[in-house]
Design a protein around this ligand. Sequence first.
Ligand SMILES: [Zn+2]
Length: 386
Amino acid sequence: MKTTLKQYTVKEVCEGFVYNEIEGKGLFGLSGRLTIQPEYQRNYIYADGKRDVAVIQSLLKGYPLGLIYFNKLSGGKLEVLDGQQRITSFGRYVTNKFAVKDEHGMEQYFHSIAADKQARILEAPLLMYECEGTESEIKEWFRTINIAGVPLNNQELLNAVYSGPFVTLGKEEFSNSQNSNAQKWSAYIKGSVNRQEFWERALEWVSKGNAGEYMSKHRTAQTIAEVKTYFNSVLDWVSGVFPDVEKEMRGLDWGTLYETYHRQSYKPAAVKQEVRKLYADPFVKKRSGIFEYVLGGSHDTKLLEVRLFDESTKRVVYEKQTAAAQAGGTSNCPLCAHGHDANKGKLWKLAEMDADHVAAWSRGGKTSPENCEMLCSSHNRAKGNG
Ligand SMILES: [Zn+2]
């Protein structure tokens, strides 16, 4: 990463400073060259009468404010990577947005303090690092520094690295709490608007898992139409195939399921019935697996983690089988008993056997003693988990 150390004064940084009360953000500085709180940054949180005041008192006493980091963009534009809370604090003070108590305990706005004090603030030097780097360098760097005490999550990092018109448009659509679709999306996607999870899924789906590459390619794009279209296709497909919304649908990898199954046709009424049946089945342990199970034609029972026979059922069946085997002089594993090797007459211990469904669960076999058969471990494994 290339870093250049620069020095600016408070006055220079505050040139053209704009604070947006509605968004709670410091917007611009350095005569418009600097974006203070880019989209990926958190809102201004220093306006608590303590941290913002401390910034002003540091300047009045001539204390350094610490290093500030800028991200250098194409065309000479800059964004604040770290330091936006400090910059917004002095920017708001010199534009008379809040007052600070003087040595007599009187609240004073910037315009009412003595000229020499004003000058001390405006002429205070600020040290800035202007950084230019690759995605991995900037990410690494973001992980090392601490932005407002809360580390950025993966999507916030990507937004920072690939900031530009594309990210701005994406956030307007997917990270906007005013978007009335957010409610509908949250039926299928886990997370929150504020922490970028919808935007993250939308990018992951359209890029088939290569969000960074996709963002890099589209960084300067003036449209997010492709992302939106793909995202809506996935969700329209899900809600078309599965008419009922279940809470276990939330957070599934719908993008991959869409890619795998959307060319197949499904009868929503039959799907609905099948899903209801599985929801009502007490032996289905993993309800979130129901959707992929049904999409795949109801074959892969592993997805459902079908509940196994309990210990007392296994013992009852074991004892019954073993008693019959002893009486007949055969193995207590029915498959060994039918074989022709040395195990033909072997009596296995309970711990050496596993329970198996006589009629497979997927074909309606119940997980009850009448449908339970104990097999030796190797025969059970060979038969597969039916
Ligand atoms: Zn056996």
